[in-house]
Design a protein around this ligand. Structure first.
Ligand SMILES: *Cc1c(COP(=O)(O)O)cnc(C)c1O
Length: 723
């Protein structure tokens, strides 16, 4: 899992000079005062409080204030705005209003725009060049109440017969287009609250250095700052640790969560991720575009990650509606876009992945959907053991056999594939050759990458918000989540959601008979000695080294990099470490864990099906069996359903005791579909299997040189021909 250190420094230098945002960032932060002569422009719906907030903010910053309505429009037209509107009508009004704004030459002011300014592109272009556009994103219901108190019953540009609420909703797309910074207002925030948030947001915008990342093994503060865009590209930290935010997670107020509860999944994701990704790394409007691309039509459920009642106090969150039917899609439909966005110019990147299961298809799907320009310089090559993955997983992967995303079978086992990749990353001769000859850098996309962990915080938050919305809990009341755990990525993001303010009581970690994590959580001892993996019917959690656990220990020890470094060094040399007692206690306050046998797993599938008709996959069933044993029923528990049952069809058919299991995977899916009253058959999985069974894929000999040849061949074909 190494990472090319080719030129961490050069890459950063290049990005600094060529990335437009980086350039403006450096310019801003060298000014001592507020943006030295730049304007601070407040934008938002009528009734969002722009005028009042503008006055408070201007006073706090010691800047003059301009209210476009009073100081620009009325001064220009020499009549009240309402009179002008009555005289010329809506359309003409917007045009004249825009022209008046185009003549604004003020600098170093707080400017409160009108609610309709953003409908005039030329005017907005003009003012955006003069400063920072801050969007007061207020709750529509709060606004409706305020407007009715102010006796406003129409807004500029409102067509006759269109209700006010729809009009306000329609307006929002214009604000989304122009914003540099969002100020997300909670339910019933006062103007003072909003002004405070504006000041905070502006301070955040100006100091990129407040959102840096450190390695879980860092011992002393580094003088080189590492930003989001660096950690996405680098994956693993140079000292072998994993990146975490240096200053923790943003906390979200109850009023803000309540607003999020009324939003769609992509809207929730946009607000939450904006708070975790600094605008200098990814601008909010670009982030939004990526999120809507990731969670729009790619998911077969509009809810993206819907929560359903199972039995008693148990709910399932279905995380398998993405294109490859496992929860990995939630991260991997977004991560490639972030990766491409953060890439320094001038280099091609080839992501290499060794997989024994669900990662391969999810990575292939994510990277194959990049836009044409990104596909030309970002590719992914997946190596899988030709005989070591399930028939269905193989069909999913081999439906990608050309273009910038390809899967290649290897006549060996997973270990061989992984060792070969490690060797490629470690060989400076090879990386030098690829860099010089093809301008190509090798990279990875495994679950330690921050950009894979972060998007998962959204679905854990979303599950809780859905329970609030459905009246299962009132906001603030606790729930448990139960997660089939392998690399601890899914569980870690639940811990982070809790840090952001979601009242998760316990994260319950569920293992199969390869129970190293549940043993660790119960004893504090991580012991690899004499442990061998025993294959199971929930193969995605057959794991010995649980990589994201390192982040959890870092978090539990309040960021004790020295301890983390010692523990994992000991694991490498002695195959064993023990958590200090104080931390064991802390760990058990946050998580619980247990494991279940193969029989219990299959029995859980059968009994849930018998009682409800609902079919769970084997990983979900592990969570169900463990929740049945550990959870006390005093609050709701959300089971993370990490895969669609179709992905593990043979085991599920066996669990349901269906006689005569068909050989053909497509027939297996049909059979399961006919006995399940839910969830529905997975459309994308069906389609891709029908297509790929007609396709041939490359299979290579188990020789290092042959794999290197594949890598070079892919680079030549997919990157060079387009130059
Ligand atoms: C990857 C995977 C898991 C394990 O997730 P971690 O984040 O590694 O704990 C569980 N279930 C399925 C179906 C998976 O594909």
């Amino acid at each position: 899992m190494g990472f090319l250190n080719v030129s961490k420094l050069t890459l950063r230098a290049v990005r600094f000079y060529l990335h437009p945002l980086s350039a403006s960032r450096s310019w801003l932060s060298t000014k001592a005062s507020w943006m030295g002569g730049r304007n601070l422009l407040l934008m938002g719906l009528p009734g969002a409080g722009k005028t009042t907030v503008g006055r408070i903010v201007a006073q706090r910053l010691g800047l003059p204030v301009i209210d476009v309505d009073d100081d620009v429009l009325e001064a220009t037209w020499k009549m009240p705005v309402s009179e002008k509107l009555a005289a010329v009508g809506g359309e003409r009004f917007l045009e004249e209003e825009g022209q008046a704004l185009c003549n604004l030459t003020a600098s170093g002011c707080v400017v409160s725009l009108t609610g309709s300014n953003p409908l005039h592109p030329a005017a907005m272009q003009h003012v955006k060049e003069s400063g920072l556009v801050v969007y007061l994103d207020a709750d529509i219901e709060d606004i409706m109440q305020r407007l009715s108190r102010m006796k406003v019953n129409r807004i500029v540009g409102q067509k006759v017969g269109v209700p006010m609420r729809d009009n306000l909703q329609y307006r929002k797309q214009f604000y989304e287009r122009w914003l540099d910074v969002r100020v997300f207002c909670g339910r019933e925030d006062t103007v003072e609250d909003v002004a405070e948030k504006v000041l905070k947001a502006v301070a955040r915008y100006q100091t990129h250095a407040s959102e840096t990342y450190v390695s879980t093994r860092s011992v002393e503060p580094s003088n080189q700052k590492t930003y989001f865009s660096d950690v996405v590209i680098e994956g693993l930290a140079p000292d072998g640790g994993l990146y975490v935010p240096e200053h923790g997670f943003p906390e979200i107020s109850a009023g803000e969560w309540l607003r999020l509860a009324d939003m769609s999944y992509p809207e929730r994701a946009a607000v939450l991720l904006e708070k975790c990704v600094h605008p200098s790394d990814v601008s909010p409007s670009d982030l939004r575009t990526m999120i809507f691309k990731a969670y729009g039509s790619n998911f077969s459920s509009e809810a993206v990650a819907p929560v359903k009642h199972l039995v008693h106090n148990q709910y399932v969150q279905e995380l398998f509606h993405g294109p490859t039917a496992s929860f990995k899609d939630l991260a991997l439909q977004l991560m490639p876009q972030l990766f491409s966005y953060c890439l320094p110019p001038m280099c091609n990147y080839l992501i290499l992945v060794a997989t024994s299961g669900d990662t391969g298809s999810a990575v292939l799907s994510g990277f194959s959907r990049l836009g044409a320009a990104d596909r030309r310089r970002t590719g992914v090559l997946v190596f899988f053991p030709e005989e070591g993955v399930s028939e269905i997983q193989k069909l999913q992967m081999t439906s990608y056999s050309e273009g910038n995303a390809r899967a290649v079978g290897v006549l060996s086992d997973f270990d061989f594939c992984q060792r070969a990749l490690k060797r490629m990353f470690g060989e400076s001769g090879l990386s030098g050759h690829l860099a010089v000859e093809y301008g190509t850098v090798l990279s990875t996309a495994n679950s330690i990458n921050w950009a894979r962990l972060l998007p998962q915080v959204v679905y854990h938050s979303s599950a809780y918000l859905d329970l609030c919305k459905d009246g299962v809990v009132t906001f603030g009341k606790p729930v448990d989540v139960c997660i089939p755990t392998g690399n601890f990525g899914n569980a870690m993001s639940a811990v982070y959601a809790k840090k952001m303010g979601i009242p998760i009581r316990k994260v319950i970690c569920a293992s199969n008979h390869n129970r190293i994590i549940s043993d660790f959580i119960n004893t504090g001892e991580y012991n690899l000695r004499g442990r061998l993996l025993t294959p199971s019917c929930s193969p995605a959690i057959d794991i010995l080294k649980s990589s994201n656990l390192e982040r959890f220990i870092y978090h539990l020890s309040d960021g004790d990099g020295r301890l983390v470094r010692e523990l994992f060094a000991r694991l490498d040399t002695k195959q064993h470490f023990r958590l200090p007692d104080a931390l064991l206690g802390r760990m058990q306050e946050e998580v619980m864990a247990d494991w279940c046998s193969e029989d219990e797993c299959l029995a859980a599938i059968q009994s849930v099906h018998r009682r409800t008709g609902y079919v769970m996959d084997t990983h979900t069933a592990v969570a169900k069996a463990v929740a049945d044993r550990l959870q006390d029923g005093s609050c709701p528990v959300v089971l993370c359903s990490t895969a669609h049952y179709g992905k593990f069809a043979p085991a599920v058919l066996k669990a349901l005791q269906i006689p005569g299991i068909p050989e053909d995977p497509v027939e297996q899916l049909k059979k399961l579909g006919s006995v399940a009253s839910g969830p529905e058959a997975h459309r994308d999985m069906m389609t891709c299997m029908k297509e790929s069974s007609r396709r041939r894929h490359t299979v290579c000999q188990a020789e290092y040189g042959v794999l290197v040849e594949e890598v070079e061949g892919m680079i030549r074909e997919s990157f060079l021909k387009v130059l």
